[in-house]
Design a protein around this ligand. Structure first.
Ligand code: NCD
Ligand code: ZN
Length: 354
């Protein structure tokens, strides 16, 4: 009989897709990530978005000032691509190490994407530069075509935009972010090693029914939306496979109650506080604990060409209760609280803290 595993140690993980926001809430959310992750790719979808080198430097400063003292967490900044982004500025930012990557939001596909790209072919000069300097292009892979069913928008994006893009720029280094479908898994697996994908904890735990369980539940609404159960099962297999093209990206996206509990609730799930415990639960259920370190701590760094972290982290098999809500420092008004993923649940793994 195989002995049950009660403890797991791994190199400190990185989060390759994170929304930290700005202003007062920043401090309230960044501590959760800085607590267990070494680095994170910071998404630039502020309003207005991070489009210039100066904005990225200033935003990075504000993030660093908000990190609890003693933490060695380091934010990796990204540029938000618009129709008017200057290729020279992007290249300079990448060479100087300010921009780690650039994020492509097709216009109006998600939260704060109204400044996004209206037509991919309009920014071929940007893609040309990125391909030449080997700068990662991070893609929100959904079409903004309202005639396409919301659950098909990722698959259609791959056919309509991503494949043609890679035919024009075959050596472009691409991360297809927060994938949700078998179509995306197949696409990434069948490509060469310059295409990778991040997978969130929530897409491993929930399918689209979660949004409609006994009523309309905006807490499970994010973009891309969770899909059918067959996709969730395939995502669990992909994430836990140990394959180098899949790595951890939480897409933790905090929105306060006020904006979630509304007739037009915002897309985004705040999973930062228990992200590792959440992922590890899935790896254990899939009997793939041995592949957790590759997914959480190795594959992403390798893809980005960054060194592996040296420190390590330990999780133990011990119940942990996830709070119903987090006060993220916005004047203590419950309307300003943020509900975490797994709110009110008990998870079976905990991070060991000294
Ligand atoms: C993200 C956000 O709120 O910034 N929302 C989400 O549902 N994932 C944006 C994004 O990554 O699409
Ligand atoms: Zn995101």
């Amino acid at each position: 009989m195989i002995e049950p595993v009660n403890q797991i140690s791994l190199l400190k993980p990185d989060d390759w897709h994170l929304h930290l926001r700005d202003g007062k809430i920043l401090k309230g959310v960044v501590s959760h990530t800085a607590d267990v992750f070494s680095r994170a790719i910071i998404m630039p979808n502020l309003d207005p978005p991070v489009t210039t080198l100066n904005q990225a430097k200033e935003y990075k400063k504000r993030i660093v000032q908000s990190i609890p003292s003693g933490s060695s967490f380091s934010p990796l900044m990204t540029a938000y691509l618009t129709d008017n982004m200057s290729p020279d500025e992007l290249e300079r930012g990448f060479i100087e190490g300010i921009f780690q990557a650039a994020k492509l939001y097709p216009v109006n596909v998600t939260t704060n994407s109204s400044y996004g790209v209206t037509d991919l072919s309009k920014i071929d000069n940007i893609f040309e530069t990125m391909e030449r300097i080997n700068m990662p292009l991070l893609i929100h892979g959904e079409v903004n075509d309202l005639n396409v069913d919301v659950f098909d928008r990722e698959a259609v994006f791959i056919e309509r935009h991503l494949k043609p893009l890679l035919r024009r720029f075959p050596s472009l280094k691409v991360v297809l972010e927060h994938i949700t479908t078998i179509d995306a898994i197949d696409f990434v697996e069948n490509n060469k090693c310059d295409i990778a994908a991040t997978i969130t904890p929530h897409h491993l735990h929930i399918n689209r029914n979660a949004m409609f369980l006994g009523g309309l539940r905006s807490d499970f609404y994010c973009l891309p939306t969770a899909k059918r159960e067959i996709h969730r099962i395939a995502l669990r297999r992909a994430a836990t496979s140990g394959k180098a093209c899949f790595f951890l990206g939480t897409d933790s996206a905090p929105h306060t109650r006020k904006f979630k509990e509304s007739s037009c609730g915002c897309a985004g799930i705040f999973n930062a506080p228990f992200a590792l415990e959440s992922y590890l639960t899935v790896f254990e259920e899939e009997q793939a604990l041995d592949n957790f370190e590759a997914f959480a701590s190795i594959n992403g760094a390798r893809f980005y060409g960054l060194p592996q972290n040296r420190e390590s982290i330990t999780l133990v098999k011990r119940d942990v209760s996830v709070p119903e809500m987090f006060d993220v420092g916005l004047e203590g008004d419950p309307n300003n609280f943020v509900k975490p993923f797994h709110s009110g649940e008990t998870l079976k793994w905990s991070v060991l803290r000294d």
